[in-house]
Ligand binder design. Structure first.
Ligand code: BGC
Length: 264
């Protein structure tokens, strides 16, 4: 669809905020203000849809003439959301893509939030031209992950849900940025938790590169230098806009966005 278009809209739905922007896909950059609203309490489908309508109105994108990609913090398979870690359980087994399409009266493309951040970094950022295994993690309300192998995304990896045996709970409950805020941790104390997390992921996957996204990646200098890993670890070039940019890229390129065809 719209193969000659160079602009698209990305909406990045998170557990805490819903962000959107107009994206130039040639350069992979925002060409509008970044619009943000709080995710409605409870994150029920109807309320999230209403909030998405609101950000699109504020962006002035109310018709279907420009492609729209929507990213969501759950496992997404064939347009259905299959999990709900930081949103209402109503999303489990829900025809989410169709729900947004019906509610917005237009086509959309729909995928996991960390996966689309991976697409953005693959096409326009820190994962571009990277051989081997790159693992992008987003540190926010939860921990999202994108596995990128030789320029191809392997979707729905959900590495925020590896278990920390000592605590019997998911890694994201212990090491996400929301855990730092909740437990009022210093950068050093949070970095100790991240050290456990990234060492564990490094042991499980032997990656070639870690990329760190999410809002806190703009403060990467405060915590990444504290980590001791064999794997290089860098902030996402697009920081917290990677989700918006990747969702927009997905909307124009569809399945082609899942692979770095800009390389070589
Ligand atoms: C969800 C993932 C999501 C991540 C970041 C996790 O709780 O299970 O699907 O990518 O949060 O939003």
């Amino acid at each position: 669809m719209a193969s000659h278009a160079t602009h698209a809209v990305g909406v990045d739905i998170g557990g805490t905020g819903i962000k959107a922007g107009l994206v130039d896909l040639a350069g992979g950059r925002l060409i509008s203000d970044r619009v943000k609203v709080a995710t409605p309490a409870g994150a029920e489908p109807a309320d999230v849809l209403q909030a998405v309508r609101g950000v699109l109105d504020r962006l002035g994108v109310t018709d279907a003439s420009i492609a729209l990609g929507v990213a969501f913090p759950a496992i997404v398979k064939r347009g259905r959301t299959l999990s709900a870690a930081n949103v209402s359980d109503a999303w489990i087994g829900f025809e989410a893509e169709k729900f947004f399409e019906d509610g917005l009266g237009r086509d959309i493309h729909f995928a996991n939030d960390a996966d689309v951040a991976g697409i953005a970094e693959l096409r326009y950022g820190a994962a571009k031209d990277q051989d081997g295994l790159t693992i992008l993690t987003t540190l926010g309300t939860g921990i999202g992950s994108a596995l990128l192998y030789d320029g191809v995304l392997i979707p729905n990896s959900e590495l925020g849900h590896v278990q920390r045996a000592e605590h019997g709970r998911d890694a994201e409950a212990y090491a996400a940025y929301s855990a730092m805020e909740r437990d009022e941790l210093s950068w050093e104390a949070w970095a100790e938790r991240l050290q456990w997390y990234y060492s564990h992921i490094e042991f499980l996957f032997s990656p070639d590169l870690f990329i760190v996204g999410g809002g806190v990646s703009k403060h990467a200098g405060k915590f990444l230098p504290l980590l001791k890993l064999a794997t290089p670890i860098v902030p996402a070039v697009h920081r917290n806009n990677a989700g918006i940019i990747g969702a927009a890229a997905l909307s124009l390129l569809g399945a082609r966005a899942l692979r770095d065809d800009t390389a070589g």
